[in-house]
Design a protein. Structure first.
Length: 322
């Protein structure tokens, strides 16, 4: 089924949930020494934001209230996995913050950035594992574990993080077809195929035991995938978990073959709108590398798209899209 595009989106250039701030805390998961995870925890707060998270010279940070008082009752948990093999930490802060302000506890995963293409090809199976590890870490924490509604745990991701969200929610990866994903001519090949090729790496170098270990985490009750990579080699209908596929702009049409799959296209947007809004200096900094288009036409337009995406995602997570 397809969610109606007539959802009542918020207007203006400020977040829809202006009456609520986002609290912020840190957790780490060191259960795998070679792959430590830093978790950014976002949650509803009535405090006043005193800092910005995830900002840099190019992208604006997201206002937050560090160490704000914790929620007083259990809330649904949402684990966010960002996209891009070389994305900066907290690149998904804008969505994490907005979901938290809608009444959720959000764990944004910051995993180590792959140092080479030969390491990066394994992210396709490592990131689903990261999501399960994040759930383990939070539920076992003395402070956070008691604040989670364990009957409502969702995964949300961008790009490769979206692929991870679908995988951990039960989508099955067709390994043989995945291995051929970079053999397709551009623009249909994966976004990292050129980088792999430049380092003499192919998808066939992905560790087979890692791919074989992809498993549905039954604690995940729903998944949101924004611009997922390798969608053509994922069978989502095999899972009975609720899935929402979000396309930024003209995406592939999703066959209406399963009642557990919803999809929506965000008109007048593109994949780069998954990035945070840019600073005033951002376009000129990126122009030096020939990629100023990442900032889009304006900060206001990017923020407007973010509001629309946030409304779609939170409506789905809250069950308001029915």
């Amino acid at each position: 089924m397809r969610i109606g595009l007539f959802i009542a989106f918020c207007l203006g250039s400020f977040p829809c949930f202006a009456e609520t701030s986002a609290g912020f805390a840190d957790l780490t998961d060191l259960s795998e020494a070679e792959r430590p995870l830093a978790l950014s925890i976002w949650y509803p707060s009535e405090g006043h934001a005193t800092t910005a998270i995830g900002g840099n010279a190019v992208f604006l940070g997201e206002p937050a209230v560090p160490a704000a008082p914790l929620p007083t009752e259990p809330l649904p948990l949402v684990v966010v996995s960002h996209g891009g093999l070389r994305s900066a930490a907290d690149s998904g802060a804008w969505l994490s913050s907005s979901i938290a302000k809608a009444g959720f506890i959000v764990a944004k995963i910051n995993a180590p950035r792959p140092e080479s293409a030969s390491i990066a090809v394994n992210e396709v199976w490592r990131r689903p594992q990261d999501i399960s590890r994040a759930v383990d870490r939070i539920l076992s924490d003395a402070n956070w574990g008691k604040l989670i509604d364990q009957d409502s745990i969702s995964a949300v991701g961008f790009a490769l993080g979206a692929t991870a969200a679908l995988s951990v929610a039960g989508a099955k990866l067709d390994v043989d077809h995945y291995m051929q994903s970079c053999d397709i001519e551009a623009p249909f090949a994966g976004p990292d195929c050129g980088w792999y090729a430049s380092q003499g790496v192919t998808l066939t170098q992905t560790k087979q035991d890692g791919l074989a270990g992809l498993r549905h985490d039954p604690r995940i009750t729903s998944a949101v995938a924004i611009e997922p990579e390798y969608l053509a080699v994922l069978d989502i209908a095999l899972s009975d978990t609720k899935h929402l596929l979000v396309s930024l702009g003209n995406g592939d049409e999703i066959p209406n073959t399963a009642s557990n799959i919803s999809s929506v296209e965000v008109a007048d947007s593109s994949a780069v709108d998954a990035f945070a809004a840019c600073t005033d200096a951002g376009p000129s900094i990126l122009e030096e590398d020939g990629d100023a288009s990442i900032c889009g036409p304006s900060k206001e337009r990017r923020e407007g798209i973010h509001q629309r995406v946030t409304k779609i995602v939170t409506s789905f997570l809250s069950g308001e899209d029915k």
